[in-house]
Write a protein that binds this ligand. Sequence first.
Ligand code: AMP
Ligand code: MG
Length: 331
Amino acid sequence: MNTHILNIDENSLKICKKIISEGGAVAFPTETVYGLGANAFDDTAVNNIFKIKGRPNDNPLIVHVHQDYDISNLVCNIPDYAVKLAKTYLPGPLTMVYKSKGKVSSAVSCGLDTLAIRVPEHKGAQEFLKYVNLPIAAPSANISKHVSPVTAEHVYSDLNGKIQVILDGGKCSGGIESTVLDCTGDVPTILRSGLITQEMISAVAGDCLVYIPKDGEKVKSPGMKYKHYSPNCDTMLYELSELDKALETYDKFLAEGIKVCFLCDEITSKLIGGRNFLNLGKDGKDIASNLYLKLREGEKNFQMLIAVAPQDKSGVMVGVMNRLTKACKNK
Ligand code: AMP
Ligand code: MG
């Protein structure tokens, strides 16, 4: 199968609609990362997404809809706080989990009685979702466990030959996956942190919890238990307070002839004395936006990446640290 990267226009949308209606999958941009989408009502199409990615079949998918789609077709028991949150933050990088009406393929939620719904803000995503006018089940458009794609070229390098079309919407501005919020209880609960932070949710909903699985408990968001976001090179992660140790490690690898590079924010880049570095940027937003881009650049050019965690771990950095820790450990 040949894979084509296409600009988003009437012609490419028509091609995508045909592929989706025939049970195929296409990659499309969002403001977080690129998605690999298929018709959420079609069992075969949804199962095919798991096959293309090599995704574990107990890791449920998020259903993407356009901003005028009536989600009461798909889910029920929508609490008042969720209505408020949707009014404030949607379309945007917030996925909300509700009780499912069981209308989409059971493969989407991997047997859970809930359904995760997202309304992306990206103009190209909205155009695609409106044009196909179906709920689209979509995980990130990468091979399972690899770094999520934030450009059409990233998708191509993972899925070349496995899908027909990648809609090109440029570099994803957000850069890390959406916040996943459980809206089935009395208080909204973050299952995966992202660009819509606990503080932002609390400000609208009055309260917001963060789910931490207890030992031995069946996890609420199965995706969180897997190794994720890992570049195809060796990685290490240090705190800024361990910078001396990180510098020593870098120099040791360099002396052994290993192509090594730091992955750090701008402040840290000034403290590493002219050694190689990939710059994650200044603040949380910057760092989220650059993280996957730089991890993919790093794996292409180096054998060893030494990440140094930024000092400030509040707000968006909660989500960034979750991804960075999984990218650099869990080997
Ligand atoms: P991905 O699309 O690869 O970014 O992963 C989707 C994330 O959403 C994973 O962490 C899933 O566990 C989570 N998710 C999807 N559907 C549900 C659901 N019904 N309940 C809880 N978490 C979900
Ligand atoms: Mg993913």
